[in-house]
Design a binder for this molecule. Sequence first.
Ligand SMILES: Nc1nc2c(ncn2[C@@H]2O[C@H](COP(=O)(O)OP(=O)(O)O)[C@@H](OP(=O)(O)OP(=O)(O)O)[C@H]2O)c(=O)[nH]1
Ligand SMILES: [Mn+2]
Length: 179
Amino acid sequence: MSSDAALILEAANFAAEKHKQQRRKDPEKTPYINHPLGVARILSHEGGITDTAVLQAALLHDTVEDTNTTFEEIELHFGQDVRNIVEEVTDDKTLPKMERKRLQMEHAPHCSQKAKLVKLADKLYNLRDLKRCTPEGWSEQRVQEYFQWASEVVKGLRGTNSILEGKLDHMFMDQGIAV
Ligand SMILES: Nc1nc2c(ncn2[C@@H]2O[C@H](COP(=O)(O)OP(=O)(O)O)[C@@H](OP(=O)(O)OP(=O)(O)O)[C@H]2O)c(=O)[nH]1
Ligand SMILES: [Mn+2]
């Protein structure tokens, strides 16, 4: 096996252990790990990304935000490059939700190219997931507001990967949002 494949599997396994108690918000209660795996897969299979640190960061991108994982732990296991990307895509969960949403819009244009790639794939996965089925307790209006907000964040991520941006644009247009 190539050493890059081994590094990627190590990140997948780390994320699986960290997210093991967590489920998605869909009625089926899909295991949460499906999301980071899908985000990494979008980058490799759709975006053409082969950068190992980006694929590892995609697998790990919600571990600090949503589990007891620390940035130090990420750095120890996966190095500073991966830690930096994960740090850039992690929301501060101690802030109120509206503030977190506003900060994502504000920070997006200032992210590194590697962090922008993870953010584009994260949004693409979540929007597809919203189309697949509505999370429990979400109204149609909340779904539409998520699309609207995501389109604002994606505006700040443009010029990074034309394939992913094109697919996101199709989703926004499909939803009646001008891009
Ligand atoms: N579409 C969808 N999303 C789900 C589902 N289960 C969990 N999520 C997660 O919910 C988040 C979006 O829901 P919100 O209500 O807007 O945000 P919050 O969970 O952070 O409060 C995303 O977090 P995130 O990945 O950190 O991205 P971001 O949207 O916060 O940038 C997404 O991964 C599901 O079944 N469908
Ligand atoms: Mn995510």
